[in-house]
Ligand binder design. Structure first.
Ligand code: AGP
Length: 611
C-alpha cells in the first residue's frame, strides 16, 4: 500500500505535498518522492529518496527549494523492486515528460515491459510503475487524457495513479481502479490523495473516485470521466472527521482498520498469483534437483507467523505427502535440525526482521537448506538473505497484533502448498481446480464475516470479564485456536490457552469448572463429530461454550453450545484463513471493553529484533 498526494493551485506545491505525505506515512515509508512542474525550466523536476519521508523533506528544505504550483507526491510501500532511490516514485518516462505516482500492482507489467523494451524503450527501475509512465509516453501524441485512456485498456491489476505531463502543466490527471483515490475540491485549488488525511487541512469537500474513473484537475475545477473517457458528474461530500481520526481512515484503532482491510489485502496478495486457472508464482524457481529429491520441509517462524506454519504443515503434508516440521525460530538452532540440500526451509515473517527467525534462517543455510521466505516488508533482512522470497503485499501493518499480515501469509502458504502439489504431481486436476476456485471466493466471504461483526461484539460483551479462556479444536481447528488464543492474550491480557480438543481429557480438563469459558472451534467438517464430543465433555464440567463453526453446521452446534459464531462454508484449505477473522474481532472487542491500549499492548513491540 502506498500514499499518493497531488496539488494544483496558486500556492507553492512542494510544502503541501510533503505535509500531505507525512499524514500518509502509515501507508508506506520505505521511500518517498515528488514531481513538480518547473515553469522556469519548462520541464518536470523530480526529487525522490530512499528512507523515511524526512530524508526527502530535509533534501528539499521542507519544499522551499522547489518553485512550482502543481505537483504529485508519493510515499512507498515497495512491492516490485526493493526500496531504493531509483525505485522510488514518481517514475518518469524516457523523455522525462511524463511523471507517474502509483499505489497498487500492475499484474501484467512484465509482458508490457518486454513489449516496450522491444520498441527500444530504456528502463531504469525494477518497478511495475515505470511501465505505466513509459507506456503513456509511447501512446502520447499531444492529448494526455487520450494517451492515458489507451494505457488503461492494456494494463491489468490494481492502481491509483497521479500523472503529470510537462506539455500541459495546468493539468493533473488521476485514475482509480481497486486502490483508493480521493478528489479534494478547494478554492482555486484542487487535490488528489490516497486518504482524506492528506488534504483535510486544505478542504473538507471530497469526491471518492470509483473503479475505472479518470479525473482531470485544473486550478478552476475537476472534470471526471468514466472508463470510456465520457464526462461524468461526481458527488461532492463534506468530511466531518477530525484529522487524527482520519489517520486511521475513521477507525478508532489501526488494528481494527487492518482487520477490515483484509479482503483488499488478500486481493492484492492473490490476484497476481491466480491467472488463467493456474497458481502462478512469477520469479519462483526451485532448483530442479530440489524438486526431484525433496524429502523434508521445515517451516520456521515465531508468534503468529509460527501459527501460519502449523496450519501450513497440515496443508503441505496432505497435498504433497512430504514430511513437514514446524519449528519456533528461537528453538530451531538448538534442536539439531536435520537439514540438507534436499530440504526446503520456509521462513515466515511479517516484519522480515525478527532476530530469532533470522538466526534460524542462517543456521538452515549453513546446513545447506534451500530458503524460501514469506515476508510482508519488501527488502527486509530476512527477504534479502533468502534464496527466494514471496511477498504478501499486505501493506504496512501498524498494530502490534498482526491480522492482515497473518491472513495474507496463510493464504500465500496455502496457495504455495497447492502449487507445490501441482509441481510434484500429487494433486488431481479436479481437486486443483476446485481448490483454486475457493481462493477467489475468499475475499468476498471474508467481507461477509466482517459485515456481521456486531454479533462478535455482542459475544465479547458477554465474556470480556473472564480471567482464563480455553480455545479447543482438532487438526486445522487446533491450529486456528493457537492464533485466536494469542490474539486475545496479547491485547486483552486475559490468560488463554489453545488445546488440541482430543488431548484435553489427558490432564488439562481438570482446570475446567463452572463458568470456565471455552471457545470451541469446529469448522473442519472431517472431525466435526469428534469436536462436538469434546464440547459435551467440557459442558459436563460446567464450561460456558462459545463455538465457531460453518454456517451449514450452525443448527447442530446450537443444540450444545451456549453461543455460536459462524463463517460461510469454504474449501477446507481456507477454513483457518476465514475462521481467524471472528477470533480477531473477538479479541479486539474484548480488549476494547477492558479498556486496553489495543495498538500498543504492554511489553510488546511490532518487530522483535532481540533474541
Ligand atoms: C503477533 O500478533 C505478534 N505481534 C507476534 O507474535 C509476531 O507474530 C511475532 O513476533 C513474529 O513477527 P514477524 O512475523 O514479524 O516475524
Amino acid at each position: 500500500m502506498c500514499g499518493i498526494v497531488g496539488y494544483i493551485g496558486a500556492e507553492q506545491a512542494a510544502p503541501i505535498l510533503l505535509d500531505g505525505l507525512s499524514r500518509l506515512e502509515y501507508r508506506g515509508y520505505d521511500s518517498a518522492g515528488v514531481a513538480v512542474f518547473d515553469a522556469q525550466a519548462g520541464a518536470l523536476a523530480v526529487h525522490k529518496a530512499k528512507g523515511r519521508l524526512q530524508v526527502l523533506s530535509d533534501q528539499l528544505h521542507g519544499g522551499a527549494t522547489l518553485n512550482s504550483t502543481v505537483g504529485v507526491g508519493h510515499t512507498r510501500w515497495a512491492t516490485h523492486g526493493a526500496p531504493s532511490d531509483v525505485n522510488s516514485h514518481p517514475q518518469v518516462s524516457r523523455s522525462g515528460k511524463i511523471a507517474v505516482v502509483h499505489n497498487g500492482i500492475i499484474e501484467n507489467y512484465t509482458e508490457l515491459k518486454a513489449f516496450l523494451v522491444a520498441q527500444g524503450v530504456p528502463f531504469t527501475s525494477e518497478t511495475d510503475t515505470e511501465v505505466v509512465a513509459q507506456l503513456i509516453e509511447y501512446f502520447y501524441e499531444g492529448d494526455i487524457l487520450a494517451a492515458v485512456g489507451r494505457v488503461l485498456r492494456r494494463i491489468q491489476g490494481a492502481y491509483a495513479l497521479g500523472i503529470l505531463c510537462a506539455d500541459c502543466p495546468g493539468q493533473l490527471v488521476a485514475v482509480r481502479k481497486d486502490s483508493p483515490l480521493i478528489l479534494g475540491y478547494g478554492q482555486g485549488c484542487n487535490f488528489i490523495a490516497s486518504d482524506v488525511t492528506a488534504i483535510l487541512r486544505h478542504t473538507r469537500r471530497v469526491g471518492y473516485m470509483e473503479d475505472g474513473e479518470l479525473a482531470v484537475l485544473t486550478r478552476e475545477g475537476i472534470q471526471c470521466y468514466n472508463h470510456l473517457i465520457q464526462p461524468i458528474e461526481k458527488e461532492i461530500t463534506t468530511v466531518d472527521w477530525e484529522i487524527d481520526a482520519a489517520e486511521k481512515g475513521g477507525y478508532e484503532h489501526f488494528m481494527f482498520k487492518e482487520i477490515m482491510e483484509q479482503p483488499e489485502a488478500l486481493r492484492r496478495c492473490l490476484s497476481p498469483r491466480i491467472r488463467d486457472g493456474e497458481a502462478v508464482f512469477e520469479g519462483l524457481s526451485l532448483p530442479p534437483d530440489l524438486l526431484k529429491h525433496l524429502h523434508r520441509i521445515y517451516i520456521v517462524a515465531c508468534g503468529s507467523s509460527y501459527h501460519v506454519g502449523v496450519v501450513g504443515k497440515y496443508h503441505l503434508e496432505r497435498l504433497t505427502r512430504i514430511p513437514v516440521e514446524v519449528a519456533l525460530g528461537s528453538e530451531f538452532r538448538y534442536m539439531d535440525p536435520i537439514v540438507d540440500e534436499n530440504t526446503l526451509v520456509i521462513v515466515i515473517s511479517q516484519s522480515g526482521e525478527t532476530l530469532d527467525t533470522m538466526a534460524a534462517l542462517r543456521e538452515a543455510r549453513r546446513l545447506g537448506g534451500h530458503i524460501l521466505s514469506i515476508v510482508n516488508v519488501v527488502g527486509s533482512s530476512i527477504a534479502r538473505e533468502s534464496d527466494q522470497v514471496l511477498y504478501t503485499w499486505a501493506g504496512p501493518e501498524i498494530a502490534v497484533a498482526t491480522t492482515k499480515a497473518y491472513t495474507t501469509q496463510l493464504a500465500l502458504l496455502s496457495l504455495l502448498a497447492l502449487w507445490l502439489a501441482r509441481e510434484l504431481d500429487t494433486v488431481s486436476d479436479e481437486e486443483y481446480r476446485a481448490t483454486l476456485a475457493a481462493f477467489q471466493e475468499l475475499p468476498g466471504k471474508m467481507e461477509e464475516v466482517l459485515s456481521r461483526r456486531d454479533d462478535i461484539q455482542y459475544f465479547a460483551s458477554q465474556y470480556f470479564n473472564h480471567n482464563s479462556i480455553f480455545f479447543i479444536g482438532r487438526n486445522l481447528d487446533f491450529a486456528l485456536g493457537l492464533e485466536g488464543s494469542l490474539k486475545l492474550k496479547e491485547i486483552s491480557y486475559i490468560h488463554s490457552e489453545a488445546y488440541a480438543a482430543g488431548e484435553l481429557k489427558h490432564g488439562t480438563i481438570s482446570l475446567i469448572e463452572d463458568g470456565t469459558l471455552v471457545v470451541a472451534l469446529s469448522t473442519y467438517g472431517r472431525l466435526f463429530a469428534k469436536a462436538m464430543n469434546n464440547v459435551v465433555e467440557v459442558k459436563a464440567r460446567g464450561a460456558d461454550v462459545l463455538s465457531l463453526t460453518t454456517q451449514s453446521c450452525r443448527e447442530e452446534v446450537a443444540h450444545t453450545a451456549d453461543a455460536v459464531m459462524t463463517i460461510p462454508d469454504i474449501h477446507q484449505l481456507l477454513l483457518p484463513c476465514l475462521g481467524v477473522v471472528p477470533l480477531q474481532l473477538f479479541a479486539y472487542y474484548v480488549a476494547l471493553m477492558r479498556g486496553c491500549d489495543i495498538d500498543r499492548p504492554r511489553n510488546l513491540a511490532k518487530s522483535v529484533t532481540v533474541e
